[in-house]
Design a protein around this ligand. Sequence first.
Ligand SMILES: Nc1nc2c(ncn2[C@@H]2O[C@H](COP(=O)(O)OP(=O)(O)OP(=O)(O)O)[C@@H](O)[C@H]2O)c(=O)[nH]1
Ligand SMILES: [Mg+2]
Length: 287
Amino acid sequence: MTLCLQVALRLRSRAPVHLASRHVRKLSSLRKAASLPPKKMQSLLYPFSGLEAHLDRSVDRMPFQLFHPSVEDMMEAEKLFCSSPSHRIDYYVSAERMDHAPALKQPEVCFIGRSNVGKSSLIKALFSLIPEVEVRVSKTPGHTKKMNFFKVGKAFTLVDMPGYGHRAPRDFVDMVEPYLYTRENLARTFLLVDGSVGLQKADRIALEMCEETRCPYVMVVTKMDKCGQGALLRNLLNLQDVIKTQTSSCFPQPFLISSVNYWGIHLLRCFIAHVAGSISLKETSKS
Ligand SMILES: Nc1nc2c(ncn2[C@@H]2O[C@H](COP(=O)(O)OP(=O)(O)OP(=O)(O)O)[C@@H](O)[C@H]2O)c(=O)[nH]1
Ligand SMILES: [Mg+2]
């Protein structure tokens, strides 16, 4: 982190970021989240807003708010994450190698990151409105061993990847790398980093690989419920600095999420629907 960013961060709060857990079930749906007090609703939908107060005025907020859709846009996106007879959402197939990957035409987004960072949990949270879709998560690193494809009707596909770091570089070389280089319908890669520990060496290797492929990718900061606001902000500003100074294909805005309390999940659903070309944003939305 640059010295400028270090001094710009007022580490006055060590309190963990939290939201009343009894709301957890309800909050997976936007309609129900509307019952929250406005400030809590704002933090749920745009998690950065809850942290902003701890930043010095000199910090540029713009890169954290580039994608700032309206609640109506998020409602529109949420419909895509609800299953219906004409729009089936379900696990489709798994593949161990690229030549086993299904040939699909619809846009695809994939989730990569270190083992245990929360890739499968994020997909589970995105699909929380259709709990019958089984997405397996585990405390044990290295749980997801194949590329798992989930179809969201005919609109797009989500791909859960094995993590690197556990058996790395094996799975990465066998699956993730060839996938990133050759998948023609890949619309966006989401590179997940753990907000409680910040960028690790393995994350930097993944970041370099994403840069090499020149495909557009986005950083997602996970487990924001787990760490104190000070540590989270420090890691976030450091990441923002790396994105600004060392990347060219990365979307400037990192997305903050918690798969436990659904912070940032509605915003991410909307971003995915947007990059997959499934919704058109109203004029107020920036991207
Ligand atoms: N507190 C908290 N824990 C989380 C969050 N997301 C995931 N976890 C926990 O982190 C652990 C790993 O989650 P997974 O989703 O299986 O991680 P993964 O990245 O898919 O891991 P691999 O499949 O091994 O690559 C599980 O114990 C989850 O419950 C989160 O947002 N907050
Ligand atoms: Mg997994």
